[in-house]
Ligand binder design. Structure first.
Ligand code: FAD
Length: 212
């Protein structure tokens, strides 16, 4: 049975979840006595968690999102070049500049850690508990980027029209780069939860890496 047919099985209920950013991108899925044909079983019987842990290690490596964060840092710099602070571009403000520099240093460190993990994979060593480290640092960096973007746009981050850019006639207030700063910030809170919360990743590192 293909997956779209499976979703019509009796006992499956899908309910939308509206995220903090005000958008619908995820659902909650309830399973009540759902019968799954044996040919659709993934991996061996009663080995679901083993299978899930393997997939999660890969998911967490991907969540690190180095390339996406590099684009995010560039976006923050573009905003900071355009926004004025006390008569000079915000990017000249030493406090703001320092926050960007710290972000970039952490991002470079994350990139090299990720490259080590990928090199390990290339030589047949699948990602292990170090994927938890990538997940924690990657998501912290992503959240800091959204915080800096919101800080840089200042008051323009406050007005937000959900329909903007979707064909309505609302006129946005402030520069284009400000419109998504607040919803992106709110949406980004999810990154330290999904794929296993960052607290749980710390527990995994404590047990599997540090042997505590
Ligand atoms: C946007 C988004 C998309 C998602 N997508 C998917 C998906 O596609 N598929 C899927 O299956 N799931 C998905 N999830 C669910 C996600 O995996 C869980 O929300 C996440 O693993 C946390 O589990 P929980 O919500 O049950 O929190 P809980 O485990 O109930 O934790 C609640 C809080 O307690 C803390 N906590 C819990 N246990 C411990 C402990 N032992 N030590 C220290 N702190 C602890 C947690 O860190 C957290 O802060 C998604 C979640 C989000 C937000």
């Amino acid at each position: 049975m293909c997956s779209s047919d499976l979703m019509k099985s009796p006992g499956i209920t899908v309910r939308p979840i509206i995220t903090l950013g005000g958008e619908h991108e995820v659902n909650e899925v309830w399973l009540e006595d759902v019968i799954v044909p044996v040919e659709n079983r993934v991996f061996e019987e009663n080995k679901g968690w083993t299978c899930a842990k393997y997939l999660l290690a890969h998911e967490r490596t991907g969540i690190a999102g180095v390339a996406r964060s590099k684009r995010g840092v560039e976006r923050v710099k573009t905003i900071a070049r355009a926004e004025m602070d006390d008569g000079a571009p915000l990017i000249k403000n030493p406090f703001f500049k320092r926050k960007i520099a710290e972000l970039e240093v952490d991002l470079i460190a994350l990139e090299f850690t990720e490259l080590r993990t990928l090199a390990g994979e290339a030589s047949g060593k699948g990602p292990g508990p170090e994927s938890s480290l990538l997940k924690i640092k990657g998501t912290e960096i992503q959240q800091r980027i959204t915080e800096l973007a919101l800080e840089a746009v200042g008051h323009y981050g406050a007005p937000y029209f959900r329909g903007f850019g979707e064909g309505d006639n609302e006129h946005p207030i402030g520069p284009d780069y400000a419109h998504r700063a607040a919803p992106t910030y709110f949406n980004g809170r999810k990154t330290s939860i999904y794929g296993g919360s960052n607290e749980i990743q710390r527990n995994i590192i404590a047990k599997a890496v540090l042997g505590l």
